[in-house]
Design a protein around this ligand. Structure first.
Ligand code: C2E
Ligand code: MG
Ligand code: MG
Length: 463
């Protein structure tokens, strides 16, 4: 508006600017902020945004199902190194195009990172449909791809999860899908796994135990209990079995059945095993100082420990040390540990025996020993698994098996220990069967060291 001296408008002036290119640049920036440059797919930010929106929307639609599929290419790094960046990018584009070819209106396909993709299926009938869907994608991805100079085949692992009240956020859903994808990797890659809440919580608690167990020894949370083993004919104490306990600050006493398998799987068992042997030696020392008479102390050796190279040297040294305190170190191994590599086991067991250690096969009857191998191993004792002992003398099968094990052991010149004896009736039966030794709640529970001390008075008798 242009005005004259009196302030009255007499002209209008205007101008026009073409801002198309600015608008385009803005649009491009916005697109780039939410899309992946290489494949043109949605990026992680956009994916999470859409997922959050869908989750919000379906809160008001009970029964509505959405699925998140997590895709990770198998061995992509090797492909990348071999092909070089350019062709590898073209491969990613091809994968993106294949994934996108499945998308329906409302679905979102995204590239989350290097070789990771995610698909949001907005509205599907059930979990089966989601898995079938993912499996078809898996097949298509696995067909050869022409990215020049050569044809190449990649496969991918898929993890699928569905919305649930437990996974109320986009983050939680994506984590579930990723964890299912990890299981697909473990299952051998190029396959689809459906997220299972049960597996997930098992995994989480396993990880927690592993982390906490790493520090248990240095925090003084581990303790050895000792369970007495008696000669049933003469009625005196012959040995103690050392059983580890974990005194967890929040959870109280944790059973070894819960953490030994995890320690075994993660390799923590090696340091745990060292701790057990050292603790048993130290205990023998202090019993000696208190003027107590020595007996055998049996420690459990897990498969991983048994296959360790320095096993013989380590246990040989511990045996010698314990012998100076008047106690005899003994080992309990399971059938599985010994059968893993029979030739090697025979060698290891021979040298342990030569050094003076006694060897028992633990939980005998539940594993898969071959009797001909049993003959090769230089053993002293078979411990009949508690599961069989529980049934005698009433349950026919268990009684027959117990009978047979005692027979086999004796014909191989081995001593028999019955584990888990809980009743007088069982003890009487086992004694009549010629079973030499027994261990169980009837005779004594696993005890703290201080409660074992009185038992080491002389050759203490069955209570
Ligand atoms: P195992 O070597 O067969 O030990 C015997 C288990 O049976 C012990 O369980 C003991 O408390 C239990 N038991 C003994 N008598 C009875 C009974 O009359 N009735 C019942 N119901 N149970 C009885 P625990 O202490 O929970 O140990 C479980 C397993 O954990 C052991 O089985 C052993 O395989 C493993 N373990 C324990 N300590 C160690 C260790 O220091 N190192 C390794 N590698 N494994 C260990
Ligand atoms: Mg044992
Ligand atoms: Mg046992």
């Amino acid at each position: 508006m242009v005005r004259d001296a009196s302030g009255a408008p007499y002209r209008v002036v205007g101008s026009q600017t073409d801002i198309t290119s600015r608008k385009e640049a803005e649009e491009r920036l916005r697109h780039e902020g939410f899309h992946d440059k290489v494949t043109g797919l949605a990026n992680r930010a956009l994916f999470m945004d859409r997922l959050t929106n869908v989750i919000d929307r379906i809160k008001r639609q009970p029964g509505y199902i959405l699925a998140v599929i997590y895709v990770d290419l198998d061995r992509f790094r090797a492909v990348n190194e071999r092909l070089g960046h350019e062709p590898a990018d073209r491969l990613l584009e091809a994968v993106a195009a294949r994934l996108r070819s499945f998308a329906r209106v409302g679905d979102t396909v995204a590239r989350l990172g290097d070789d990771e993709f995610a698909i949001l299926l907005d509205g599907i009938p059930n979990d089966r449909a989601a898995v079938v869907f993912a499996d078809r994608m898996r097949e298509l991805i696995a067909s050869p791809c022409d990215v020049g100079p050569e044809e190449i085949t990649v496969t991918a692992s898929f993890g699928v999860t569905l919305n649930s009240p437990d996974a109320a956020t986009a983050e939680a859903l994506l984590n579930e899908a990723e964890s299912a994808m990890q299981r697909a990797k473990q299952a051998g890659k190029n396959c689809v796994e459906l997220f299972s809440r049960e597996n997930y919580s098992r995994l989480v608690s396993k990880l927690r135990i592993e982390t906490e167990l790493r520090h248990a020894a240095e925090r003084g949370e581990l303790e050895l209990f000792y369970q007495p083993i008696y000669n049933v004919a003469a009625g005196h104490l012959t040995r103690l079995e050392a059983l580890i306990r974990w005194n967890h600050p929040q959870r109280g006493m944790v059973s070894p059945l819960e953490f030994i398998p995890i320690a075994e799987e993660t390799g923590l068992i090696l340091s745990l095993g060292d701790w057990v042997v050292n603790a048993a030696c130290a205990q023998a020392h202090s019993w000696r100082n208190a003027g107590r008479s020595g007996v055998g102390i049996a420690v459990n050796v897990s498969p991983r420990q048994f296959q360790q190279d320095n096993m013989t040297a380590q246990f040989g040294a511990a045996f010698t040390k314990m012998a100076t305190h008047g106690f005899a170190l003994e080992l309990e191994i399971t059938e599985g540990a010994a059968m893993h590599d029979v030739d090697q086991s025979v060698k290891v067991l021979r040298s342990l025996r030569e050094m003076g250690l006694r060897i028992s096969i633990d939980d005998f009857g539940v594993g898969y020993s071959s009797l001909s191998c049993l003959r090769l191993f230089p053993l002293n004792t078979l411990k009949i698994d508690r599961g069989f002992v529980q049934g005698v003398p009433r349950a026919k099968d268990n009684t027959a098996i117990t009978h047979a094990i005692v027979g086999i052991a004796h014909s191989l010149g081995l001593t028999v220990v019955a584990e888990g004896v809980e009743t007088e009736e069982q003890l009487t039966y086992l004694r009549a069967l010629g079973c030499e030794e027994a261990q169980g709640f009837l005779l004594g529970r696993p005890l703290r060291a201080k409660d074992v001390t009185p038992l080491l008075a002389q050759q203490s008798a069955i209570p």
